[in-house]
Ligand binder design. Sequence first.
Ligand SMILES: *[C@@H]1O[C@H](CO)[C@@H](O)[C@H](O)[C@H]1NC(C)=O
Ligand SMILES: *[C@@H]1O[C@H](CO)[C@@H](O)[C@H](O)[C@H]1NC(C)=O
Length: 342
Amino acid sequence: MNLGASVRVNKCGVCVLMTLMVMVVLLYKYGNNTEFKREVVSLRSLLSAAIDAAERGGRVVYDIREAATLHEQSKGKTKEGANDPVTDGDIKSHLTMFFSLQKSFPAIKIISEEHSLNDVDVSSVSPAALLHPEVTAAIPEDQMVPAGDIRVWIDPLDATQEYTENLREYVTTMVCVAVRGHPTIGVIHKPFSKSTAWAWVGKGVSPALRQTGNQGVVKNDIAHIIVSRSHAGDVKTVATAAFGEKTEVIPAGGAGYKTLAVVEGKADAYVHSTAIKKWDLCAGNAVLFALHGNMTTLGGDPLDYGSQEEYKNEGGVLATLTNHTYYLQKLQVLAGKAAKAA
Ligand SMILES: *[C@@H]1O[C@H](CO)[C@@H](O)[C@H](O)[C@H]1NC(C)=O
Ligand SMILES: *[C@@H]1O[C@H](CO)[C@@H](O)[C@H](O)[C@H]1NC(C)=O
C-alpha cells in the first residue's frame, strides 16, 4: 500500500515537472517573440479607430493643400517611368494615422506607405478614438481576434500626383484591417468632400454604402472601365478589343477613388495592368467584399494581405461589384501581359 502511494506521488510529481519544463520551453521560445501576440483585440474598436485615423489624416492632407505648403519631393520614378512624388501631406498624415493607431493598439503590426523619421516628436498625437457613433449604431456584435493575426495597412495619401496637381476629388486616406491575410475592414476617406466609406465584411457598412447600386450588367452595351490616368498601360486598347468600340475608358487618379467609383456605379470595372502596392488596394478590397463584389489579380487570384514583405501586387487588378468572372474572361489578354511583366 505504502509503495503504491509513493509511486502515485512520484507519477504525479513527474507530470508536474514535465508540465513545468514544457512551459519553460514555450516561454523561452515565444516570450520575447514580438510576432507571438496572445493579446486579443476588439475589431469593433479597431474599426472605430480606423475611421478616426483616416479622418484625422484627411484633415492634415486638407490643411496642407489649403495652405499650399506641400513641399513636394520625388521618391524616384515608378516602373513605368512616371514621377513618384511625396509631399508633407503624405508624411504628416502618415505620422497622425500611424501613431494614433499604434497608441491605441500597441500590439498590432501596422504597415504604412510612408516611413517616419527617427527624430520626430509624436507625443502630441493622441490615440485613435475607440467609439464611433456610426459603428455603434450599425454593428451590434463585436468580434475578438488575436493581435498577432492582424495586419493594418494604411495609405496616408492616395493619389499624391493628383494632390500636387490640385485634382482634389481623387485624393483619399485609407485604413485596412486584414485578419490572417483576408481584407476584413476597409475605410476610405475623401478629405476634400469630407466623406467616409467604411465596411466590415459580414458585419455592416457605412450609411453611404448602403444606398449604392451598381447593376452589374454592362449598361446599354457599353462597358465603363475605370483606369489609372498616370499609368493606363494598354488597358484602353485591350478594353476596346474585349468589349468593342462602345467601351468607355474613364481615366482617374487613386486606387481608393477608382474602387469607390465601381461601388457607386460610375464604372463597371476597375482595371489595373501594372504593379501596384497593397496599401492602395486593401481597403477597397474589403469594401468590395462587404458588398459581395470582388477584387482579384487579372489572373483571378485573390490578394493576400498577411505579409509586409509581400507588399507589392504584380498580377494586375480587376475590381467589380458584380459579374467578376465575365470581366476576367474578357480581359484574359491583359492577364497574360501582367504575368509576363512581373
Ligand atoms: C454579366 O454581363 C453580361 C454581359 O453584359 C450579361 O449578359 C450578364 O447577364 C451579366 N450577368 C450578371 C449576373 O449580371
Ligand atoms: C472572386 O473571384 C475569383 C475568381 O473568379 C473567385 O475564385 C472567388 O471565389 C471570388 N471571391 C468572392 C469573394 O466572390
